[in-house]
Design a protein around this ligand. Sequence first.
Ligand code: DON
Length: 304
Amino acid sequence: MDPITALLDDVLEEMRGLESGEPAAYIPELADADVDTLAFAAVGPRGRVRAVGDADTEFTIQSISKPFVLALALAERGRESVLQKVGVEPSGEPFNAISLEPGTGRPANPMVNAGAIATTALIVGDDVDTKTGRIVEMLSAFAGRSLWVDESVYASESATGDRNRALAHLLRSHGVITGSVDTVVESYFRQCSLVVTVRDLAVMAATLAFGGRNPVTGVRVVEEAVARDVLSIMTSCGMYDFSGEWLLRVGLPAKSGVSGGLLAVAPSQFGVAAFSPRLDQHGNSVRGIAVVETFAERFGMHLL
Ligand code: DON
Protein backbone atom coordinates (compact mmCIF):
# COMPACT_ATOMS: atom_id res chain seq x y z
CA MET A 1 0.00 0.00 0.00
CA ASP A 2 1.52 3.40 -0.96
CA PRO A 3 1.64 6.11 1.75
CA ILE A 4 -1.40 8.07 0.50
CA THR A 5 -3.54 4.92 0.29
CA ALA A 6 -2.37 3.95 3.79
CA LEU A 7 -3.45 7.36 5.06
CA LEU A 8 -6.85 6.97 3.39
CA ASP A 9 -7.19 3.58 5.01
CA ASP A 10 -6.41 5.08 8.44
CA VAL A 11 -9.08 7.77 7.97
CA LEU A 12 -11.61 5.13 6.92
CA GLU A 13 -10.91 2.89 9.91
CA GLU A 14 -11.24 5.83 12.31
CA MET A 15 -14.77 6.44 11.05
CA ARG A 16 -15.96 2.83 11.27
CA GLY A 17 -17.09 3.42 14.86
CA LEU A 18 -19.74 5.95 13.79
CA GLU A 19 -22.96 4.00 13.93
CA SER A 20 -25.69 6.63 14.01
CA GLY A 21 -28.29 7.09 11.29
CA GLU A 22 -30.40 4.75 9.21
CA PRO A 23 -30.51 3.95 5.49
CA ALA A 24 -33.26 5.67 3.50
CA ALA A 25 -36.57 3.90 3.95
CA TYR A 26 -38.90 5.87 1.67
CA ILE A 27 -37.57 3.97 -1.35
CA PRO A 28 -38.15 0.35 -0.22
CA GLU A 29 -35.20 -1.11 -2.20
CA LEU A 30 -32.74 1.20 -0.40
CA ALA A 31 -33.87 0.13 3.07
CA ASP A 32 -32.19 -3.28 2.57
CA ALA A 33 -28.67 -1.82 2.21
CA ASP A 34 -25.86 -3.37 4.29
CA VAL A 35 -25.34 -0.62 6.87
CA ASP A 36 -21.76 -1.67 7.66
CA THR A 37 -20.50 -0.96 4.16
CA LEU A 38 -17.85 1.76 4.08
CA ALA A 39 -15.68 2.87 1.17
CA PHE A 40 -13.58 5.81 0.03
CA ALA A 41 -11.77 6.64 -3.21
CA ALA A 42 -9.64 9.50 -4.49
CA VAL A 43 -8.47 10.33 -8.01
CA GLY A 44 -5.62 12.75 -8.67
CA PRO A 45 -4.46 14.72 -11.71
CA ARG A 46 -2.78 11.81 -13.45
CA GLY A 47 -5.87 9.65 -13.17
CA ARG A 48 -4.55 7.27 -10.52
CA VAL A 49 -7.48 5.79 -8.58
CA ARG A 50 -6.81 5.05 -4.91
CA ALA A 51 -9.61 3.15 -3.18
CA VAL A 52 -10.05 1.68 0.29
CA GLY A 53 -12.78 -0.30 2.07
CA ASP A 54 -15.69 -1.79 0.13
CA ALA A 55 -14.69 0.02 -3.03
CA ASP A 56 -16.33 -2.46 -5.41
CA THR A 57 -19.73 -2.42 -3.71
CA GLU A 58 -22.38 -1.22 -6.15
CA PHE A 59 -25.17 1.16 -5.18
CA THR A 60 -27.51 3.52 -7.01
CA ILE A 61 -26.29 7.05 -7.66
CA GLN A 62 -29.52 8.81 -6.57
CA SER A 63 -29.13 12.58 -6.17
CA ILE A 64 -25.46 12.50 -7.15
CA SER A 65 -26.79 12.20 -10.72
CA LYS A 66 -28.11 15.78 -10.43
CA PRO A 67 -24.88 17.76 -11.09
CA PHE A 68 -24.02 15.54 -14.06
CA VAL A 69 -27.46 15.83 -15.65
CA LEU A 70 -27.13 19.57 -15.05
CA ALA A 71 -23.81 19.42 -16.94
CA LEU A 72 -25.62 17.74 -19.85
CA ALA A 73 -28.41 20.36 -19.80
CA LEU A 74 -25.83 23.18 -19.78
CA ALA A 75 -23.93 21.54 -22.65
CA GLU A 76 -27.10 20.98 -24.70
CA ARG A 77 -28.98 24.22 -23.99
CA GLY A 78 -26.50 26.79 -22.68
CA ARG A 79 -26.52 28.58 -19.33
CA GLU A 80 -29.20 31.18 -20.14
CA SER A 81 -31.84 28.63 -21.21
CA VAL A 82 -31.16 26.51 -18.13
CA LEU A 83 -31.47 29.55 -15.85
CA GLN A 84 -34.89 30.34 -17.30
CA LYS A 85 -36.17 27.04 -15.90
CA VAL A 86 -34.22 26.61 -12.67
CA GLY A 87 -32.54 28.98 -10.22
CA VAL A 88 -29.14 28.82 -8.55
CA GLU A 89 -29.95 29.92 -5.01
CA PRO A 90 -29.56 27.63 -2.01
CA SER A 91 -33.02 26.70 -0.77
CA GLY A 92 -32.11 25.96 2.85
CA GLU A 93 -34.79 23.30 2.57
CA PRO A 94 -34.87 19.49 2.49
CA PHE A 95 -34.17 17.79 -0.85
CA ASN A 96 -37.82 16.94 -1.48
CA ALA A 97 -39.28 20.35 -0.56
CA ILE A 98 -41.82 22.16 -2.74
CA SER A 99 -39.13 24.65 -3.50
CA LEU A 100 -40.68 26.83 -6.20
CA GLU A 101 -40.11 30.57 -6.66
CA PRO A 102 -43.35 32.48 -5.99
CA GLY A 103 -44.83 33.68 -9.26
CA THR A 104 -42.61 31.92 -11.78
CA GLY A 105 -42.66 28.44 -10.22
CA ARG A 106 -38.96 28.13 -11.01
CA PRO A 107 -37.33 25.69 -8.54
CA ALA A 108 -34.65 27.18 -6.26
CA ASN A 109 -31.74 25.18 -7.69
CA PRO A 110 -30.95 22.01 -9.69
CA MET A 111 -29.72 20.03 -6.66
CA VAL A 112 -33.10 19.65 -4.90
CA ASN A 113 -35.62 17.24 -6.43
CA ALA A 114 -37.87 19.94 -7.93
CA GLY A 115 -34.89 21.56 -9.68
CA ALA A 116 -33.47 18.24 -10.80
CA ILE A 117 -36.80 17.27 -12.35
CA ALA A 118 -36.85 20.62 -14.21
CA THR A 119 -33.28 19.92 -15.36
CA THR A 120 -34.14 16.43 -16.61
CA ALA A 121 -37.03 17.98 -18.53
CA LEU A 122 -34.48 20.12 -20.40
CA ILE A 123 -32.55 17.10 -21.74
CA VAL A 124 -33.16 16.60 -25.44
CA GLY A 125 -35.65 13.80 -26.23
CA ASP A 126 -39.43 13.37 -26.18
CA ASP A 127 -39.48 9.86 -24.75
CA VAL A 128 -37.91 8.10 -21.77
CA ASP A 129 -35.48 6.03 -23.87
CA THR A 130 -34.04 9.01 -25.75
CA LYS A 131 -33.67 11.17 -22.65
CA THR A 132 -32.30 8.36 -20.51
CA GLY A 133 -29.96 7.27 -23.29
CA ARG A 134 -28.34 10.71 -23.39
CA ILE A 135 -28.13 10.84 -19.61
CA VAL A 136 -26.54 7.38 -19.37
CA GLU A 137 -24.05 8.30 -22.09
CA MET A 138 -23.03 11.52 -20.30
CA LEU A 139 -22.71 9.97 -16.83
CA SER A 140 -20.77 7.04 -18.32
CA ALA A 141 -18.31 9.47 -19.93
CA PHE A 142 -17.85 11.16 -16.55
CA ALA A 143 -17.25 7.74 -14.91
CA GLY A 144 -15.10 6.37 -17.73
CA ARG A 145 -17.14 3.18 -18.08
CA SER A 146 -20.62 2.14 -19.21
CA LEU A 147 -23.16 2.57 -16.42
CA TRP A 148 -26.50 0.73 -16.26
CA VAL A 149 -29.87 1.11 -14.54
CA ASP A 150 -30.82 -1.11 -11.57
CA GLU A 151 -34.32 -2.09 -12.73
CA SER A 152 -35.55 -3.12 -9.29
CA VAL A 153 -34.52 0.18 -7.67
CA TYR A 154 -36.09 2.01 -10.61
CA ALA A 155 -39.34 0.03 -10.16
CA SER A 156 -39.27 0.76 -6.43
CA GLU A 157 -38.77 4.51 -7.02
CA SER A 158 -41.45 4.66 -9.65
CA ALA A 159 -43.93 2.76 -7.46
CA THR A 160 -43.40 5.11 -4.52
CA GLY A 161 -42.64 8.33 -6.41
CA ASP A 162 -45.84 10.26 -5.77
CA ARG A 163 -44.10 13.23 -4.21
CA ASN A 164 -41.77 13.65 -7.19
CA ARG A 165 -44.73 13.21 -9.56
CA ALA A 166 -46.60 15.90 -7.63
CA LEU A 167 -43.59 18.23 -7.90
CA ALA A 168 -43.47 17.60 -11.64
CA HIS A 169 -47.18 18.39 -12.01
CA LEU A 170 -46.69 21.64 -10.09
CA LEU A 171 -43.78 22.51 -12.39
CA ARG A 172 -45.96 21.79 -15.39
CA SER A 173 -48.75 24.00 -14.02
CA HIS A 174 -46.22 26.87 -14.02
CA GLY A 175 -44.95 26.07 -17.51
CA VAL A 176 -41.48 25.12 -16.20
CA ILE A 177 -42.07 21.69 -17.72
CA THR A 178 -43.89 21.39 -21.02
CA GLY A 179 -44.83 18.03 -22.50
CA SER A 180 -45.32 14.76 -20.68
CA VAL A 181 -44.85 14.70 -16.90
CA ASP A 182 -44.52 10.90 -17.04
CA THR A 183 -41.65 11.05 -19.53
CA VAL A 184 -39.78 13.47 -17.29
CA VAL A 185 -40.32 11.71 -13.96
CA GLU A 186 -39.62 8.22 -15.29
CA SER A 187 -36.40 9.53 -16.87
CA TYR A 188 -35.55 11.14 -13.52
CA PHE A 189 -36.21 7.86 -11.65
CA ARG A 190 -33.98 6.00 -14.14
CA GLN A 191 -31.13 8.52 -13.77
CA CYS A 192 -31.33 8.08 -9.96
CA SER A 193 -31.21 4.29 -10.38
CA LEU A 194 -27.89 4.18 -12.26
CA VAL A 195 -25.45 1.79 -10.58
CA VAL A 196 -22.04 3.08 -9.48
CA THR A 197 -19.18 2.25 -7.11
CA VAL A 198 -17.22 4.69 -5.00
CA ARG A 199 -14.45 4.48 -7.63
CA ASP A 200 -16.88 5.66 -10.31
CA LEU A 201 -17.97 8.59 -8.17
CA ALA A 202 -14.37 9.59 -7.48
CA VAL A 203 -13.59 9.54 -11.22
CA MET A 204 -16.74 11.60 -11.90
CA ALA A 205 -15.68 14.10 -9.22
CA ALA A 206 -12.17 14.20 -10.68
CA THR A 207 -13.56 14.96 -14.14
CA LEU A 208 -15.18 18.06 -12.64
CA ALA A 209 -11.98 18.83 -10.67
CA PHE A 210 -9.94 18.88 -13.86
CA GLY A 211 -12.19 21.18 -15.87
CA GLY A 212 -14.41 18.61 -17.56
CA ARG A 213 -11.65 16.29 -18.81
CA ASN A 214 -11.73 12.76 -17.40
CA PRO A 215 -8.19 12.22 -16.02
CA VAL A 216 -8.46 8.42 -16.30
CA THR A 217 -9.66 8.13 -19.91
CA GLY A 218 -8.26 11.44 -21.15
CA VAL A 219 -11.63 12.21 -22.78
CA ARG A 220 -13.01 15.76 -22.63
CA VAL A 221 -16.55 15.21 -21.35
CA VAL A 222 -17.75 18.83 -21.08
CA GLU A 223 -16.28 22.26 -21.67
CA GLU A 224 -14.42 23.92 -18.81
CA ALA A 225 -17.14 26.59 -18.45
CA VAL A 226 -19.77 23.88 -17.89
CA ALA A 227 -17.66 22.16 -15.22
CA ARG A 228 -17.17 25.50 -13.50
CA ASP A 229 -20.90 26.29 -13.49
CA VAL A 230 -21.69 22.87 -12.04
CA LEU A 231 -19.06 23.25 -9.30
CA SER A 232 -20.34 26.71 -8.39
CA ILE A 233 -23.86 25.37 -7.89
CA MET A 234 -22.60 22.33 -5.96
CA THR A 235 -20.72 24.71 -3.65
CA SER A 236 -23.83 26.61 -2.61
CA CYS A 237 -26.51 23.91 -2.95
CA GLY A 238 -24.98 20.40 -3.06
CA MET A 239 -25.71 19.33 0.52
CA TYR A 240 -29.31 20.65 0.80
CA ASP A 241 -30.06 22.38 4.11
CA PHE A 242 -26.57 21.39 5.33
CA SER A 243 -24.79 23.22 2.48
CA GLY A 244 -23.75 26.23 4.60
CA GLU A 245 -22.34 24.17 7.45
CA TRP A 246 -20.60 21.84 4.99
CA LEU A 247 -18.93 24.81 3.27
CA LEU A 248 -17.83 26.12 6.65
CA ARG A 249 -16.45 22.81 7.87
CA VAL A 250 -15.13 21.18 4.69
CA GLY A 251 -14.96 24.00 2.17
CA LEU A 252 -15.37 21.95 -1.03
CA PRO A 253 -18.09 21.63 -3.67
CA ALA A 254 -19.89 18.35 -2.96
CA LYS A 255 -22.97 16.29 -3.68
CA SER A 256 -24.69 13.62 -1.64
CA GLY A 257 -27.26 10.96 -2.48
CA VAL A 258 -29.85 9.15 -0.42
CA SER A 259 -28.30 5.71 -0.97
CA GLY A 260 -25.27 6.89 1.05
CA GLY A 261 -22.87 8.13 -1.62
CA LEU A 262 -21.04 11.45 -1.37
CA LEU A 263 -18.55 13.09 -3.70
CA ALA A 264 -16.41 16.19 -3.26
CA VAL A 265 -14.16 18.16 -5.58
CA ALA A 266 -10.87 19.85 -4.75
CA PRO A 267 -10.40 21.86 -7.98
CA SER A 268 -7.18 20.95 -9.88
CA GLN A 269 -6.19 18.52 -7.09
CA PHE A 270 -8.54 15.63 -6.37
CA GLY A 271 -11.93 14.11 -6.91
CA VAL A 272 -13.00 12.07 -3.89
CA ALA A 273 -15.99 9.93 -2.97
CA ALA A 274 -17.29 8.01 0.02
CA PHE A 275 -20.05 5.49 0.50
CA SER A 276 -21.86 4.33 3.63
CA PRO A 277 -25.65 3.89 3.76
CA ARG A 278 -26.57 5.29 7.18
CA LEU A 279 -27.98 8.82 6.74
CA ASP A 280 -28.41 11.83 8.99
CA GLN A 281 -31.58 13.92 9.20
CA HIS A 282 -30.66 15.83 6.01
CA GLY A 283 -30.32 12.63 3.95
CA ASN A 284 -26.51 12.79 3.88
CA SER A 285 -24.23 9.83 4.73
CA VAL A 286 -23.02 10.09 8.35
CA ARG A 287 -19.73 8.27 7.83
CA GLY A 288 -19.34 9.68 4.32
CA ILE A 289 -19.36 13.22 5.70
CA ALA A 290 -16.89 12.30 8.44
CA VAL A 291 -14.48 10.58 6.04
CA VAL A 292 -14.47 13.41 3.49
CA GLU A 293 -14.22 16.06 6.20
CA THR A 294 -11.22 14.34 7.80
CA PHE A 295 -9.55 13.77 4.43
CA ALA A 296 -10.01 17.43 3.46
CA GLU A 297 -8.62 18.52 6.82
CA ARG A 298 -5.52 16.27 6.68
CA PHE A 299 -4.69 17.40 3.14
CA GLY A 300 -5.51 21.06 3.81
CA MET A 301 -8.09 21.20 1.04
CA HIS A 302 -10.56 23.79 2.33
CA LEU A 303 -10.83 26.28 -0.54
CA LEU A 304 -10.96 29.33 1.69
O1 DON B 1 -35.99 11.49 -5.91
C1 DON B 1 -35.60 11.00 -4.85
O2 DON B 1 -36.14 11.23 -3.77
C2 DON B 1 -34.41 10.07 -4.93
N1 DON B 1 -34.40 9.39 -6.16
C3 DON B 1 -33.11 10.84 -4.80
C4 DON B 1 -33.05 11.74 -3.58
C5 DON B 1 -31.70 11.89 -3.02
O3 DON B 1 -30.74 11.17 -3.30
C6 DON B 1 -31.56 12.91 -1.97
N2 DON B 1 -30.29 12.81 -1.32
N3 DON B 1 -29.91 12.83 -0.25
